[in-house]
Design a protein around this ligand. Structure first.
Ligand code: 5GP
Ligand code: MG
Length: 184
């Protein structure tokens, strides 16, 4: 029963290590180097997408040496399920004005692309000086709408992943590595 998942215990699903914390750390450092270089002399405003990006953003910003500000937005498309509905809404919007700012959106993962597409269009309407997207995990084979990714951590196959901020029905966000969820 989907509403009462107790994964390992029921033997229905298991977690397979996909990307280790060391690999993630190395790649986050490379992304930070690129961002430090590209935004030199600028003062970007980072917009993290809750909840999945909270660990990525926390690790990333501590490697950034440029002056920056940041805040979070929350969008909803998934609920507790695993398929995007294609219907995205902004549940928690921007507190600060981004007009004239160099905005960098930080996302955990792009799957269908609906969420990123919606959010980037929504932010573009507010006249930022520039608007870019940084995504840690990308599943290009799942794309329904095209998304331009400026900084990409990893391309991953069509698997459902958890850990490093990503959840299944609220669980597993605290796992330091990235796991693929496999049904047995
Ligand atoms: P999209 O709108 O691109 O289909 O999906 C974007 C959102 O769906 C992500 O920000 C993330 O919250 C969730 N999502 C997509 N794929 C996965 C996945 O493999 N694992 C988890 N935990 N969430 C995912
Ligand atoms: Mg997300």
């Amino acid at each position: 029963m989907r509403g009462h998942l107790s994964l390992r215990e029921e033997g229905e699903m298991r977690l397979r290590l996909l990307i280790s914390r060391e690999e993630i750390e190395r790649r986050v450092r490379e992304l930070a180097d690129l961002i430090n270089r590209d935004y030199r002399g600028k003062n970007p405003h980072l917009v993290g997408v809750l909840t999945g990006s909270f660990i990525f953003l926390a690790d990333l910003v501590r490697l950034l040496t440029i002056p920056l500000t940041l805040e979070f937005v929350r969008v909803a498309s998934y609920g507790a399920g695993r398929e995007s509905s294609g219907e995205v809404k902004l549940l928690l919007g921007l507190a600060d004005s981004i007009e004239g700012r160099d905005v960098l959106v930080v996302e955990d993962i792009v799957d269908s692309g609906y969420t990123a597409d919606f959010l980037m269009k929504e932010l573009a309407r507010r006249n930022p000086a520039s608007l870019k997207l940084c995504v840690l995990f990308d599943k290009p084979s799942r794309r329904k709408v095209p998304v331009r990714i400026d900084y990409r951590g990893f391309e991953i196959p069509d698997v459902f992943v958890v850990g490093y901020g990503l959840d299944l029905a609220g669980r597993y966000r605290n796992l330091p590595d990235l796991y693929a969820l496999e049904e047995e």
